[in-house]
Design a protein around this ligand. Structure first.
Ligand SMILES: [Zn+2]
Length: 347
């Protein structure tokens, strides 16, 4: 890092120059972005972590991230022009292709997730088109607001757009205390569905129940739990982002004609699939990534109405981002971990 503090035209940022352990999260001084026509400068106050941040830092075999890269997908801050607290859409399309024009930005070949395919919010200021802003509801802690966008959009798209959730559906949410899990439980409830969840510890299972899950089981107890809960029929929808570790349970938990929907594979991405089970039981196995910007606008109405609440485990410091990464890697987090932007406060 430079010995000199940032001047008028520079700012501090956390940047990944090469993949590796937490030590590659270095504070650097970079040019400070200035807004052009139609753009707004946002002074960053908080950024929430996602599992994606770990992939960006570590690297993924066979995938090239555009390094050097400023990570951070879930950004909260203050509009420099009006002082309005805002969060940013975590992903956006080219706004010109047929997919974008139909509202499916998530299918755009030039879709960008902030902090993954373009610079993110682990810095003092970002400049974005005004269309990428969502107002933080009055009275909501910006640290909590930062915890919402990516996981909220992901779970909303999985359940509503992909799985077509309907009132009365029975839904199994695997890893219900994860960032996506706490959103999936609440969205399913909001849609009039009945929910059960899995989680690894008693505290996490208690959180799932507090959010509206009728039951929350350990992974070991879940198969029996689902069987008892559904009278051997099985669930309508299994929401899963754990991957290989939970895949057999998720598939077995489905009723005939049921739907498995995945948005990630944090614990292994290669699984065995017996096609006979798929066709004979008429299962749907669906993939899901992010969602359209209109979907997040819809989901944000539920946030503003108080029907979906953020779940923040703890708030750390951006200047100690490696510590937050370690907590997320240890699966020590229920809900989200957020960092407060303190880069200008360093000695
Ligand atoms: Zn596009």
């Amino acid at each position: 890092m430079s010995n000199h503090g940032p001047g008028e035209r520079t700012m501090r940022a956390i940047r990944v120059d090469e993949h590796g352990g937490p030590e590659v999260l270095r504070t650097v001084v970079v040019p400070r972005p200035e807004p052009g026509p139609g753009q707004v400068a946002v002074d960053v106050t908080h950024v929430a972590l996602n599992h994606l941040d770990l992939w960006v830092r570590r690297g993924v075999p066979g995938h090239r991230f555009p390094l050097p890269l400023i990570p951070g997908s879930d950004v909260a801050g203050v509009r420099a022009d009006t002082g309005q607290p805002v969060v940013l859409h975590p992903g956006f399309g080219c706004m010109a292709c047929p997919r974008c024009l139909s509202g499916r930005h998530d299918l755009c070949r030039r879709y960008i997730i902030r902090g993954e395919r373009g610079d993110g919010g682990m810095c003092e200021r970002v400049v974005v088109p005004e269309a990428e802003l969502l107002p933080i509801p009055a009275g909501m802690d910006p640290a909590h607001a930062a915890a919402l966008p990516l996981a909220l959009l992901t779970a909303w798209h999985m359940l509503r757009t992909r799985a077509g959730i309907a009132p009365g559906d029975r839904v199994l949410v695997q890893a219900g205390a994860s960032g996506v899990g706490v959103m999936a439980i609440q969205i399913a409830k909001l849609c009039g569905a009945r929910v059960v969840a899995t989680a690894s510890s008693p505290d996490k299972r208690e959180l799932c129940r507090a959010l509206g899950a009728e039951h929350a089981w350990s992974y070991e107890d879940a198969a029996t739990g689902v069987r008892d809960w559904t009278g051997k029929e099985g669930v309508d929808i299994a929401v899963d982002h754990v991957g290989a570790a939970t895949w057999p349970l998720s598939l077995r938990a489905l009723r005939w004609g049921g739907t498995y929907v995945t948005c990630g594979a944090t614990a292994g991405h290669e699984v065995a699939l017996d096609l006979r089970a798929v066709f004979f039981k008429q299962l749907s196995v669906l993939g899901s990534t992010m969602g359209g910007m209109g979907e997040l606008c819809d989901a944000w109405k539920a946030v503003q109405a108080g029907a979906i609440r953020p779940v923040v485990d703890r708030v750390g410091r951006m200047s100690a981002l490696g510590e937050a990464h370690a907590l997320l890697e240890d699966r020590a987090i229920a809900g989200k971990i957020v960092v407060r932007q303190d880069l200008g406060e360093e000695a």
